[in-house]
Design a protein around this ligand. Structure first.
Ligand code: T6T
Length: 323
């Protein structure tokens, strides 16, 4: 409650002295999809850079797995502590609406980063999950389309491919699959997209799923790993089956392990998101809200494609996720 009163005071009274005093007290909590994922660790690095620039505190509180059942109690505990704002990557677009409504109803501004709730179009007066103030993320449909174009080019515009994905209901990975399939259907009609394999964010399961797909389709030509663990697992599965020469692997996300697999030739390309940018602009957006500024309802961040042609370039190093 103390924080709530303070935030309201900050927003209402824009006197320079009171703002500079209140700034130092502001605390924003970043709730990642899971704490041990290099993507969110890198996002936190960007968030901390913004916090340092602003002289405020950002803390990082999350669950160890990407799961709404585990994220909800973490979020409830965060709400109980009453930060000035919450930045969160909701782990399910439907199941996290009600838990996040509790934050909003407690007067804590909610901004989503990476993933969204509901349809991701906030503050437009439509839908149950319209209350977050902003969404800062990659263009995931566009990224899925980029992966499809790269894949189609590598396999000569024809052959069987599949998407290794986490589970339905996650906005980011759903949109990547949607973009990948739409691009193939519209522009590469001779590419057959096989049934999606869902791995529950478990790289070992994604690896064994490659073996099973290969057993059913000995001519499988490519796998699109729609997030870090899917891509890592798909690459490992291809390697264990000794198929690196024949099967194209396109990864979404760029931790060191995947970048090393590009250098060794196992992974053909990684669509690197810019998680540090998401964290940086997430904190800046929350700060703008807390200091009475208007904010855009969505902010799009970029991608960098990493492949054998640029993997060793110095300019690429900043896009490799921290571990
Ligand atoms: O791909 C990222 C993130 O964008 C997605 O929402 C969930 O998976 C990752 O965290 C990678 O593991």
């Amino acid at each position: 409650m103390r924080n709530l009163i303070r935030s309201a005071a900050v927003a209402a009274a824009l006197g320079a002295a009171s703002i500079s005093h209140a700034q130092e007290d502001l605390t924003i909590t970043l709730v990642p999809g899971l704490t041990t994922d290099a993507f969110y660790i890198t996002m936190n690095r960007g968030a901390q850079a913004a916090a340092e620039a602003l002289g405020i505190t950002v803390d990082f509180q999350g669950a160890e797995e990407f799961d709404p059942v585990l994220q909800t109690p973490v979020l409830d505990a965060v709400i109980g502590r009453g930060p000035d704002a919450i930045l969160i990557a909701p782990t399910d677009s439907t199941q996290m609406i009600e838990p996040l409504r509790r934050a909003s109803e407690a007067g804590i501004p909610v901004i989503t980063v990476d993933t969204f709730i509901d349809d991701g179009k906030y503050q437009d007066g439509s839908g149950d999950g319209d209350f977050p103030l902003s969404y800062i993320a990659s263009d995931n449909v566009g990224g899925g389309r980029m992966a499809a174009r790269y894949m189609a080019d590598e396999i000569g515009g024809q052959g069987k491919v599949y998407v290794s994905n986490v589970r339905p209901g996650i906005s980011t990975t759903d949109q990547r699959e949607e973009g990948f399939k739409a691009e193939m259907a519209e522009n590469f009609p001779e590419v057959e997209v096989l049934e999606t394999q869902y791995n529950e964010n478990d790289a070992s399961l994604a690896a064994s799923q490659f073996q099973a797909v290969l057993a059913r389709n000995p001519d499988v030509a490519g796998v699109f790993g729609a997030n870090l663990f899917s891509a890592l697992g798909a690459g490992n599965g291809v390697e264990s089956a000794n198929k690196a020469e024949d099967v194209t692997v396109i990864a979404f996300d760029a931790p060191t392990s995947i970048v090393n697999n590009i250098s060794s030739g196992l992974v053909d390309a990684a669509i690197a998101q810019h998680p540090a940018e998401i964290g940086y602009f997430g904190v800046m957006t929350a700060y703008a809200v807390l200091t009475g500024q208007s904010v855009p309802t969505s902010i799009g961040t970029g991608f960098t494609v990493i492949d054998a042609s640029n993997v060793d370039d110095e300019s690429i190093a900043k896009f490799i996720y921290s571990e």
